[in-house]
Design a protein around this ligand. Sequence first.
Ligand SMILES: NC(=O)c1ccc[n+]([C@@H]2O[C@H](COP(=O)([O-])OP(=O)(O)OC[C@H]3O[C@@H](n4cnc5c(N)ncnc54)[C@H](OP(=O)(O)O)[C@@H]3O)[C@@H](O)[C@H]2O)c1
Length: 295
Amino acid sequence: MEVGVVGLGSMGFAMASHILAAGHELTVYNRTEEKAHPLMEEGATFSHDPSGAAQGDVVITMLSDDFAVESVVFGNGEQEGFLAHQSPNCIHVSMSTIGVGLVKRMQSASEDQHKSFISAPVMGRPDVAKRGELVVMASGDKALIEKCQPVFDAIGRVTHNVGDCPTQAAVVKLAANFMLSSMIETLGEAFALVRKNGADHHKFLEIMAKDFFKSPIYEKYGAIIANERFGGSAFTVSLQEKDTRLAVAAAIESKVPMPILFAVENAFLSSIGQGKGDMDPCAIAQLAAENAGLS
Ligand SMILES: NC(=O)c1ccc[n+]([C@@H]2O[C@H](COP(=O)([O-])OP(=O)(O)OC[C@H]3O[C@@H](n4cnc5c(N)ncnc54)[C@H](OP(=O)(O)O)[C@@H]3O)[C@@H](O)[C@H]2O)c1
């Protein structure tokens, strides 16, 4: 297939590498051109504007946030967006973690202009993307999702179809991230209680992750907190706060009270306020320890 990837950050670059390795023809666009050089050495074509990547069968957007996605799809003062120039045969697959409102806007603008659009955000950190083992959660027209399956197979270990409207995958992704964030918060609070009473939080984690919950996710995130490995992560407090804020907006819009979500959002804001925005999201666990008077 002819595939375009717009956005070569930690996630987009790894995904693009797998798409190329799976034998697809790849055209990439990134605001900072240098990031595309290793892919160009492997045979990818660089386009100097986003529309060049939207002329094949599929164009993936994998950008930081709503502002970045809006800029490349609808344009900004300096550059035209790709939507107006997207080939009628090309399916836009929005894979960034963005707000439900923007997904709705792209869906409606695509319909107005007779362009194809689906949403397919992913679960998995950049290390998982590098291994080609992302979990893809897609929604939109079933036939369009099926057409994109070879691309999803290249980047992920599984694709879940979560509905026939593009906004549904965006909501599912925000709900999944909320569960991850609240798990980090509860681990931090539980560790603080255990430590304050002189018990071993490593042992506590072993019981919870390996025995009680039997969950590799608890094991992975619990180990980061227990060993205080909060630095050098491509997945950060700031990125996770952005996702939590989008979930808060979705909760307000849907009139769904989510008290734990709002508490977790506050925890991320406190961490950012303390200058920890670039640390691993597990750094919010330090707040529970500090509040308990632990070092
Ligand atoms: N990191 C994770 O663990 C993770 C996991 C799952 C999902 N996600 C989601 O995946 C998306 C990408 O994350 P990432 O970790 O790859 O982010 P990243 O490494 O920070 O990369 C961000 C990308 O967006 C581009 N960009 C930012 N602002 C832009 C603008 N105004 N105009 C055009 N391009 C712009 C950057 O271009 P430059 O190279 O020019 O800066 C870069 O290509 C996000 O929505 C994130 O929430 C991330």
